[in-house]
Design a protein around this ligand. Structure first.
Ligand SMILES: C[S@@+](CC[C@H](N)C(=O)[O-])C[C@H]1O[C@@H](n2cnc3c(N)ncnc32)[C@H](O)[C@@H]1O
Length: 232
């Protein structure tokens, strides 16, 4: 299949995500494999926001997919703090172009993300915060424009879960380097988790060094197996 050029991140010569299964893939790898609904339900009782970290904001497909997943969960009054990072932020026009293929399924969620994203100045480094109100509750979206390790270091609170969604380790080893994964381990709550689409040996080793016990799950789309890490 010929991949349209706007779907490829020219900095890494790798596409942002699998265009056919991207929403379902995110829901399986990042949400279901991490028991997100059950864990968010526990947090609801104690009125504590659920804290997510993500490496690689890209076109925001994961956060759009999360909005759909939460809407379908039927939960209400949910508060999610979503911390992501992007070294090469794209403009809203390109974001819309990339997400447009999912308009029929998640049009309202894409509009909500774009409205928030248009309000920030992506030429300025550091934190940019947005609030996205949805029927299930709200997402406080914080995007750090800059390098992933900088973001992890300045994160004030440890995360319940990390979505590791950089490009493939072959194309972009920087986002899988042991120093960064170690810092992510340090910014994960005890009993917290991480998940990723790659099962590359170097990534597995670095995650184990960072304090995660690894579990393989069945993949989705083109991926036979995917990974979850559980922090002791
Ligand atoms: C596979 S894409 C992420 C896809 C995204 N999660 C989505 O759903 O649209 C990986 C992203 O990580 C960014 N990136 C790569 N290396 C980085 C680094 N060291 N620090 C911060 N961002 C990085 C890339 O520019 C790219 O946008």
């Amino acid at each position: 299949m010929l991949i349209p050029s706007y779907l490829v991140n020219e900095k890494f010569d790798d596409r942002y995500f699998d265009v056919v299964n991207a929403l379902d893939e995110a829901q399986q790898i990042y949400f279901r494999n991490n028991n997100l609904i059950e864990r968010i339900t526990v947090g609801l009782k104690s009125k504590t926001p659920f804290i997510i970290g993500e490496t690689g904001f890209g076109a925001g497909r994961v956060v759009v997919s999360l909005m759909e997943f939460m809407k379908n969960s039927g939960l209400k009054n949910v508060s999610i703090e979503y911390n992501s990072v992007e070294m090469y932020p794209m403009g809203p026009e390109r974001m819309l172009n990339i997400l447009n293929g999912f308009k029929e399924r998640v049009g309202a969620e894409i509009d909500a993300l774009l409205e928030a994203y248009k309000s920030i100045d992506i030429t300025v480094g550091g934190w940019h915060s947005m609030k996205i109100q949805q029927s299930f509750g709200e997402i406080h979206l914080n995007i750090w424009i800059g390098e992933a390790l900088e973001m992890v270091k300045v994160l004030e609170k440890p995360c319940d879960v990390w979505f590791l969604d950089g490009h493939s380790p072959k194309k972009n080893p920087s986002i899988w380097r042991p120093e960064l994964l170690m810092a992510i381990g340090e910014k994960t709550k005890s009993g917290g988790t991480c998940a990723t689409f790659t099962v590359a040996g170097a990534v597995k080793n670095a995650l184990v060094e960072a304090g995660f016990t690894l579990k393989k799950h069945e993949g989705c789309g083109g991926k036979k197996q995917v990974l979850q890490g559980i922090k002791c």
